[in-house]
Write a protein that binds this ligand. Structure first.
Ligand SMILES: Nc1ncnc2c1ncn2[C@@H]1O[C@H](COP(=O)(O)OP(=O)(O)OP(=O)(O)O)[C@@H](O)[C@H]1O
Length: 258
């Protein structure tokens, strides 16, 4: 990662990270995002350069309003960048448009949100099967895959329950199954533990780690929740639309012991 960019102005390079590094799955270069125009124009991202590695959990942390959600929305192709480029496993997401972008997102990205976003009228099994149904899979194929992931996440007794019949932690595990069911290469989580108590939050992230971290896949978690920082392989600290610091697991552990 470098932080020198035309938009961001001169910045000191981040500290080098020691040890062997798997290849970058996601490359962001010079990401600028502005909202509004004229006198109301605000620049929210000031030229972000970031490499996210496969087979790891990367956490993005920082104060409210520093641009975390904006950055992951651009990486996931939900929001367009004002300038800069994002490559996701070799595909330039920032150049995709229209139905090509929709298809790319549907096939390659799994989303997990704070509020779980389950459909209340569907069972756990039906909710978890949605991404495969959206891709055109048959109900029997989609349900079989959903069942497999729900069982892996410890929900074998809850397959037919509706969201209102499950605890927050159980609902979040259904959301994790839904994010994984179509085997996407990129899992993006925005405050996945914010609606959970400490134990449920840690349990959900532990299960997510086991189920989602693997070669050929990248996982990004945006979080304020310091109770789960020890699950991070790498931590990106943002401040005011810039990357302040990049830490690896060893440095994160050292921070926690001070
Ligand atoms: N559509 C928009 N129009 C104008 N300003 C926006 C828009 N979306 C976000 N912003 C502004 O961009 C800045 C960054 O917002 P963002 O949601 O990315 O921050 P965040 O770090 O994710 O914050 P939080 O931790 O509170 O979710 C904020 O000042 C926000 O008000």
């Amino acid at each position: 990662m470098t932080t020198d960019s035309p938009q961001g102005g001169a910045m000191t390079p981040p500290p080098a990270i020691a040890g062997s590094q798997p290849p970058a799955a996601i490359r962001c270069r010079g990401i600028v995002k502005e909202f509004g125009r004229g006198e109301t124009l605000i620049r929210v991202l000031h030229g972000i350069d970031l490499d996210v590695r496969e087979n790891e959990m990367t956490f993005i942390v920082g104060p409210s309003g520093c641009g975390k959600t904006t950055l992951i929305s651009i990486i996931a192709g939900i929001l367009s960048a004002t300038a800069g480029a994002v490559d996701l496993f070799g595909t330039r997401v920032t150049s995709l448009k229209g139905s090509a972008l929709v298809k790319f997102r549907r096939d390659n990205i799994g989303f997990i949100f704070q509020q779980f976003n389950l459909l209340p009228a569907l069972s756990a099994l039906e909710n978890a099967a949605i991404p495969l149904i959206a891709q055109g899979a048959s109900e029997s194929v989609a349900n079989a895959a959903a069942r497999r992931f729900l069982i892996q996440l410890g929900l074998e007794k809850h397959l037919e329950k509706f969201p209102s019949q499950m605890s927050g932690g159980q609902q979040q595990r259904v959301a994790i199954a839904r994010a994984l069911v179509h085997e996407p290469r990129f899992i993006v989580c925005d405050e996945p533990t914010a609606s959970l108590d400490a134990a449920s939050g840690r349990a959900a992230i532990a299960l997510l780690r086991d189920a989602a971290v693997r070669p050929g896949r990248a996982v990004i978690i945006v979080t304020h929740d310091s109770r789960i920082f020890d699950f991070a392989d790498r931590m990106v600290a943002m401040s005011d639309g810039r990357i302040e610091k990049l830490s690896d697991a060893r440095e994160i552990a050292a921070m926690e012991h001070h």
